[in-house]
Design a protein around this ligand. Structure first.
Ligand SMILES: C[S@@+](CC[C@H](N)C(=O)[O-])C[C@H]1O[C@@H](n2cnc3c(N)ncnc32)[C@H](O)[C@@H]1O
Length: 244
């Protein structure tokens, strides 16, 4: 997959994109990321990317012309037609299902806002307006990194153990089961006996039950959409009613 990121602060990205799993995904060729400085597509001496809002009010608004020029150039450069994503708190919320859909695409172009956000005429250039949550950040750079990270780890070969992406939270509509590592006894708390048993069928059954329990306790909103057996649904309902 190729990801192009357009930002007025291109220096923000390197430390995250060079590190750990994402760094290795880039070295292996599974992921290509190109960061572009939006100021390259300005046409004045001060390399201006913002201006005052029509109608008055606080802050500055991202000008349309540099973003249009940037998208024309970046989208034309490369064999595959990209999907253009604007990062904005007004977009559709990012979920693991959406991450999975986006990870199947060959190419994404991410546009990071700053200031008070985009001139609304930029929105017509987007295939998708995306929010990483109901809160407001100073810029789209962190959301672009969140999206790149979440998508990259689903690309084939990026995670060492393919099952780890299948089993984790949200992948099957549930939160992940509790995890433990050595020591088996710590601060007066013991690891559940079943996990030390070596009995893989019992361990799988316990993990599934705990995933249902944890989801019912912490995110009852997910239970309605989760793929549960009749028995699991009764169990989840008991937890949510406080009688589990
Ligand atoms: C200060 S915000 C602008 C918020 C805008 N005035 C509003 O109320 O919708 C500046 C930029 O940060 C980015 N941003 C902030 N919060 C975000 C979020 N939750 N998800 C995605 N992008 C976000 C967007 O690119 C946005 O254009």
């Amino acid at each position: 997959m190729r990801v192009d990121i357009i930002s007025i602060l291109p220096e923000i990205f390197a430390s995250v994109l060079d590190a750990s799993i994402i760094g290795r995904a880039r070295s292996s060729g599974a992921l290509e990321v190109v960061v572009h400085d939006l100021r390259m597509w300005t046409d004045d001496r001060h390399r201006t990317t913002d201006d005052q809002p029509f109608g008055g009010g606080p802050g500055m608004v991202m000008k349309a012309e540099p973003v249009y020029r940037a998208l024309d150039a970046v989208c034309a450069n490369g064999a595959q037609q990209p999907t253009v994503v604007l990062l904005t708190p007004q977009g559709v919320p990012l979920t693991q299902d959406l991450v999975r859909e986006l990870s199947a695409l060959p190419r994404l172009v991410l546009v990071c806002g700053r200031y008070e956000g985009f001139d609304d005429r930029i929105l017509v250039r987007a295939d998708l307006e995306l929010s990483i949550g109901d809160y407001v950040l100073t810029g789209g750079e962190l959301p672009a990194l969140v999206l790149t990270d979440s998508v990259a780890r689903l690309l084939p070969g990026v995670l060492g153990d393919e099952d780890s992406a299948f089993e984790e939270s949200f992948s099957q509509g549930l939160l992940e089961y509790p995890q433990y590592t050595r020591p088996a006894s710590f601060a007066g708390m013991d690891v559940p006996e079943v996990l030390l048993s070596g009995d893989h069928a019992r361990i799988a059954a316990w993990r599934r039950r705990e995933a249902v329990r944890r989801t019912a306790e912490r995110r009852p909103d997910l239970i309605a959409r989760a793929d549960l057996t009749q028995d699991e649904r009764v169990f989840a309902r008991r937890i949510m009613e406080g009688s589990g």
